[in-house]
Design a binder for this molecule. Structure first.
Ligand code: ADP
Ligand code: MG
Length: 342
């Protein structure tokens, strides 16, 4: 930002054009080479499925087609398994049952309990910005229905009084008690967790270069991949291109699920303190070693807002990110710039 003032732009541009021309030639040649001599073994396989309320896309490079398909089929099954564990609306899912336990002690599957404990750490590390006990807020704003709308003040106060981590009592032996009508929603972390699990399945199938994308939460196994980050206001534009190798990436935005009333935008990421959509950001992108962390922190930093959010991102080890604020200004950590272009 700003630093290009002194750069010899012309020659840079010319060099860029030469390089681009060179790359086009190399691409065409290698394309022909692959088409003529490469068998299916060198193909890139891409498959998509709808799950977890979004499009799940998987890609595998440089692997025998049948082996790649076997790996992807197993990884898709893993995503659906995770969805079954954490879904709020699938009848009798562990979270569905916990949310209807009426204050009784519930025993969770170990995996759900483990993620709940991780949410406890995230709640404390983010100063309460990340809080999965906000299901009453999701309900009252109607984001799980087809017609979300502004709730009246009384209903919002009631939902807010039932929301919040203070109602969650984590007990030993995988047990939990949700007090005061509280309920959980893992929507800000379950996709990231599913991506981590799916990537583990690909790796177990000896995939050397693979990618899993759950609606913008992305992690790879092997290889270097360039990820386009959606511009929060212009659908056909990218806000940035990010190279990821060992790290994963997640983006939270106010453009994913929202409605407008009187020219104001209301979206699905809540400030747990006010019970209202968090203000200050349009989108937050986080790079982290695993996608569970990236997904959760993208949501948390969004809630923190640009100033606090940038401070938080710079303090974290192995974490980088980009924040686009409500006026469209872009803030990045130095580590983010190193791996991206805009
Ligand atoms: P997306 O699902 O679009 O990728 P997020 O990862 O930010 O976006 O998740 C948003 C979802 O997380 C909401 O739909 C809601 O279920 C839940 N949520 C909203 N606010 C919070 C919060 N402050 N902490 C944790 N979960 C939240
Ligand atoms: Mg998230």
């Amino acid at each position: 930002m700003g630093k290009e003032v002194m750069q010899p732009r012309r020659s840079t541009t010319r060099r860029a054009i030469m390089l681009a021309a060179y790359l086009v030639v190399v691409f065409i040649i290698s394309f022909i080479v692959v088409r003529e001599w490469g068998g299916p073994a060198d193909e890139e396989r891409v498959r998509t499925q709808i799950a977890m309320g979004t499009v799940i896309e998987m890609q595998i490079r440089g692997m025998d087609v049948e082996a790649a398909d076997r790996a992807m089929t197993a990884a898709f099954a893993e995503v659906r398994r995770v969805d079954t564990l954490f879904s709020t609306y699938l009848r009798n899912s562990p979270v569905w049952r916990a949310n209807r336990s009426g204050g009784d002690v519930v025993t969770l599957p170990d995996e759900v309990y483990a993620l709940l404990r991780r949410c406890d750490t995230l709640y404390r590390n983010t100063g309460g910005a990340f809080d999965v006990a906000i299901e009453p807020l999701v309900q009252v704003w109607g984001f799980d229905d087809d017609a979300p709308a502004i709730p009246d003040a009384q209903r919002l106060t009631e939902a807010l009084s039932r929301s919040g981590w203070r109602h969650v009592e984590i007990l030993d032996s995988a047990r939990v008690r949700l007090n005061g009508g509280a309920a959980l929603n893992f929507g800000a972390i379950a996709k990231g967790y599913a991506v981590d699990r799916a990537v583990a399945v690909l790796a177990a199938h000896d995939v050397r270069e693979g990618l899993v994308n759950a609606g913008g939460e992305i992690r790879s196994v092997g290889g270097t991949w360039t990820i386009g980050v959606q511009h929060p206001r212009e659908e056909r534009r990218l806000a940035a291109s990010v190279r990821i190798d060992s790290r994963s990436i997640a983006t939270s935005g106010d453009y994913e699920q929202f409605f407008e009333e009187d020219g104001k935008r209301y979206h699905h990421i809540f400030d747990p303190a006010s019970g209202k959509p968090a203000s200050g950001c349009r989108s937050v992108t986080v790079l982290a070693p695993d996608n569970t962390t990236a997904d959760a922190l993208a949501t948390a930093v969004f809630v923190m807002g640009p100033a606090k959010g940038m401070e938080f991102l710079t303090q974290q080890k192995h974490i980088d990110g980009m924040i686009i604020d409500d006026r469209g200004a872009v803030y990045t950590t130095p580590g983010f710039d190193k791996h991206s272009s805009r």
